[in-house]
Design a protein around this ligand. Structure first.
Ligand SMILES: Nc1ncnc2c1ncn2[C@@H]1O[C@H](COP(=O)(O)OP(=O)(O)OP(=O)(O)O)[C@@H](O)[C@H]1O
Length: 264
């Protein structure tokens, strides 16, 4: 479970560039829940994820993971708790290492007796098995460099890598937005399966309102650095994009004017 309590972050405080990115954000995600987060440009989605990962210090507020207050933990200390898949397929893995070396690094992360990038007979068999389930033939390419894979293949392997860790929270940051629609749909279905099979607690940021309604258990919208809409369960079933827009406008008293959000 993750609890974000009254998160506040202001950039460039006291200057003309002052920007309040998070303005008292509250979000509690129970264990095993898959939350989709949407919001217009600048609404605070990335800042929230960076704060959870420990990449940005909070001005105010607390972050708890499985009842442990991690607010002051530096990012490296959180790697065993928080796994991330980024928008850029190149960001989450090392192109100069082989597929199995990348997977080995992910396997070691957060484990006390990790082997780094070294591959054993057991981990080789495990990685082969995991890769074969993707149906992309990558189980026969374990020794290929990661840099040889397409963007979609790389995101699929990154997802597998993220689920190899015994982490408490999986954060997905627009991880399909750089892919063509067919591959994006494949990676999204894979995401759903991996989250379900591993009972992961997942927070997925997306610019697609459709995706935010079709996947996961809950849809949360950010605006002005806080949560302005939060739907789950029966209230979410059958909701369509125009319903979501109407709900936002009713709750917030202003029109949703971000084309990138409305058109995707
Ligand atoms: N490092 C930074 N320095 C200064 N301002 C920043 C920084 N990072 C983010 N901001 C500002 O904070 C606000 C929230 O940004 P954030 O990137 O979290 O939004 P977002 O919802 O992820 O937007 P997008 O959908 O465009 O990625 C924006 O006004 C942004 O310009």
């Amino acid at each position: 479970m993750i609890v974000c309590e009254n998160l506040k972050i202001t950039f460039n405080k006291g200057t003309v560039m002052e920007t309040r990115a998070l303005s008292g954000l509250n979000l509690t995600v129970p264990k095993g829940q898959f939350v989709c987060v949407i919001g217009s440009n600048g609404s605070g989605k990335s800042t929230m994820q960076n704060a959870i990962a420990g990449e940005l210090p909070l001005d105010e507020g607390r972050i708890l993971v499985d009842d442990v207050d991690i607010t002051t933990w530096p990012a490296p200390k959180r790697t065993g708790l928080v796994a991330r898949v980024f928008q850029d397929p190149l960001a989450g893995s090392c192109e100069n290492l082989t597929i199995q070396e990348n997977m080995s690094l992910a396997w070691s992360r957060g484990r006390k007796r990790g082997l780094g990038r070294a591959v054993t007979k057991e981990t080789h068999a495990l990685f082969r098995d995991k890769l074969s389930r993707l149906g992309l033939g990558l189980e026969n390419r374990l020794e290929d460099l990661m840099g040889l894979l397409s963007g979609g293949q790389r995101q699929a392997v990154s997802l597998l890598m993220a689920s190899l860790q015994p982490s408490s929270v999986l954060m997905l940051d627009e991880h399909t937005s750089a892919l063509d629609p067919r591959i994006a749909a494949f990676v999204m279905d894979l995401t759903r399966d991996i989250v379900q099979e591993n009972n992961l607690t997942a927070i997925m940021v997306t610019h697609s309102m459709r995706q935010a309604l079709d996947y996961g258990d809950r849809t949360v919208m950010l605006h002005g650095g806080r949560v302005v809409l939060d739907v789950a369960g029966e209230d979410r079933k059958g909701l369509d994009v125009p319903d979501l827009i109407r709900m936002f406008e009713k709750a917030h008293g202003e029109e949703l004017s971000d084309d990138s959000l409305l058109l995707s």
